[in-house]
Ligand binder design. Structure first.
Ligand code: CA
Length: 219
């Protein structure tokens, strides 16, 4: 899942970026509203964590403009303590959830997972497709018939995206956009390499190749 983190507080930005990457998100960052507005309008994010108090352009304005431009990425806003007005305004402007500063990273991660699952129609506690269950905490995959397999960071991100979108044709471009951050070398051959590795781990037939369309995850 690709995530845009918008936060002007340098220390918080740095620690959150590391923790979100650790949790398997491809993270891009913006430190002011103008940069956030631009990235949100031009890149394909699944979700944004958006601080409301930002230089140049406030977070509320950024969110309002994203929605006006038809951008439907999930948005979790970070609001100041004791400012109930900010929460109300944020939700009215199209935020999907909010967190009040200061917060524990665990809560942020849990809320992001819940938002993403709901968006993808996954209402269970775990991400499951047929007999496969993705253990998001330990970044491994479990089979109902027994056994678990560990995944590398990229394998985990790719499999999670597949499992959030079962049965849909996913182009290599789309996979790259949602699995890698902006700084990554976006060579589409890399997707082929990682798909091959995933197939070795979970079984060849679970990921179907569609000529000219990309891949379909069968589970
Ligand atoms: Ca701020």
């Amino acid at each position: 899942m690709r995530l845009l983190l918008v936060e002007d507080h340098a220390d918080l930005l740095q620690s959150l970026t590391a923790e979100l990457r650790q949790a398997g998100y491809a993270v891009d960052v913006a430190t002011d509203g103008e940069q956030a507005l631009f990235l949100g309008e031009t890149e394909e994010y699944d979700v944004a964590v958006l601080d409301l108090g930002l230089p140049i352009l406030g977070g509320l304005e950024v969110l309002t403009r994203w929605r006006a431009a038809g951008r439907d990425l999930l948005v979790l806003i970070l609001t100041a303590r004791d400012s109930w007005m900010e929460k109300v305004e944020g939700l009215k402007a199209g935020a999907d959830d909010y967190l009040t500063k200061p917060f524990h990273t665990e809560e942020l991660l849990a809320r992001l997972q819940a938002l993403l699952r709901r968006r993808h129609g996954q209402l269970q506690r775990e991400l499951r497709v047929n007999d496969l269950v993705l253990d998001e905490e330990h970044q491994q995959v479990r089979f109902d018939q027994g056994g678990t397999v560990g995944l590398t960071g990229t394998e985990f991100r790719l499999l999670r995206y597949f499992m959030m979108n079962p049965g849909k044709p996913l182009s290599k471009t789309r996979l790259i956009e949602h699995v890698y951050d902006q700084d990554f070398d976006r060579d589409s051959n890399l997707i082929e390499v990682y798909v091959r590795r995933l197939r070795e781990k979970i079984g060849r037939d679970r990921i179907e190749t569609r000529r000219g369309q990309g891949y379909v995850f069968r589970g």
